[in-house]
Design a protein around this ligand. Structure first.
Ligand SMILES: [Zn+2]
Length: 251
């Protein structure tokens, strides 16, 4: 049963990933994510349904538009594949329905958040707010006894990043603070692991950039913090609870 479920989650993740590409492209531009079929940005031909199959179409078309042969970014199939892997991962590791649905809500939001933060240096409320509401609704419905912990985790994660965001607003934005809160609402206590991972990986990446480009160069090439939080969230989803248990046992 489980391999079937994982395969189903991966297949569904591919389709969702295709939609998340649209979200990441249209939401910052202010166009509706629901209205109209996708078109080639070069020749404006509408993309045919059979050329819109996740990953497969890109491979068959060898990354080029069927009408004008303009290159199609490899980011599209990559995002579809990553979303499929994330959905399969959640299906493989969740040991309750609540954990599975909260995990799906979280990873599905993290994909467009990462893309938009990399492209535009911002994390839209149009994603974090509905994700927070969905997480609270799903958590309350499927696991009411754990909801207080998740609310506390969300508030704590929000408050923890709020301090650096106020002290150094150029380093951390309010979008990052809200995203940390959303991660807490989805993960509960393991969000602590996620934020730790984000801070460590972000610092190491910053040090590597500084070593290669000098401190002044590193200032200019700072990477937004959202992608690190997204990475931390996924690590916490997979290994957060076991790490906390091991830590508690050690001390
Ligand atoms: Zn074209």
């Amino acid at each position: 049963m489980l391999p079937m479920l994982i395969a189903f989650a991966a297949a569904f993740g591919l389709l969702i990933g295709s939609f998340l590409n649209v979200v990441a492209y249209r939401l910052p531009a202010g166009t509706s994510v629901a209205a109209g079929r996708s078109e080639c940005p070069s020749c404006h031909h509408q993309i045919r349904a059979y050329d819109n199959v996740p990953v497969l179409s890109w491979l068959l078309l060898r990354g080029r538009c069927r009408d004008c042969a303009a290159p199609i970014s490899r980011r599209y199939p990559l995002v579809e594949a990553v979303t499929a892997v994330l959905w399969a991962l959640v299906a493989a590791i969740a040991d309750s329905t609540a954990q599975a649905v909260l995990g799906i809500v979280m990873v599905t939001a993290l994909v467009p958040i990462t893309l938009i933060d990399l492209d535009h240096r911002r994390i839209p409320n149009a994603i974090t707010l509905p994700t927070a509401i969905a997480a609270i609704a799903v958590g309350t419905a499927l696991d009411p006894s754990g909801q207080v912990e998740r609310l506390i985790a969300g508030a704590a994660a929000f408050a923890f990043l709020l301090v650096p965001a106020i002290v150094r607003p150029d380093g951390m934005g309010m979008g990052d603070v809200k995203l940390a809160g959303v991660l807490g609402l989805c993960l509960g206590a393991p969000v602590a692991v996620g934020i730790l991972v984000a801070l460590v990986v972000g610092s190491v990446a910053g040090a590597v950039i500084a070593a290669r480009k000098g401190v002044a160069g590193a200032r200019r090439t700072t990477i937004p913090f959202g992608p690190y939080l997204a990475l931390g969230g996924v690590v916490a989803l997979v290994a957060g609870q076991p790490l906390i248990d091991a830590y508690v046992k050690t001390f």
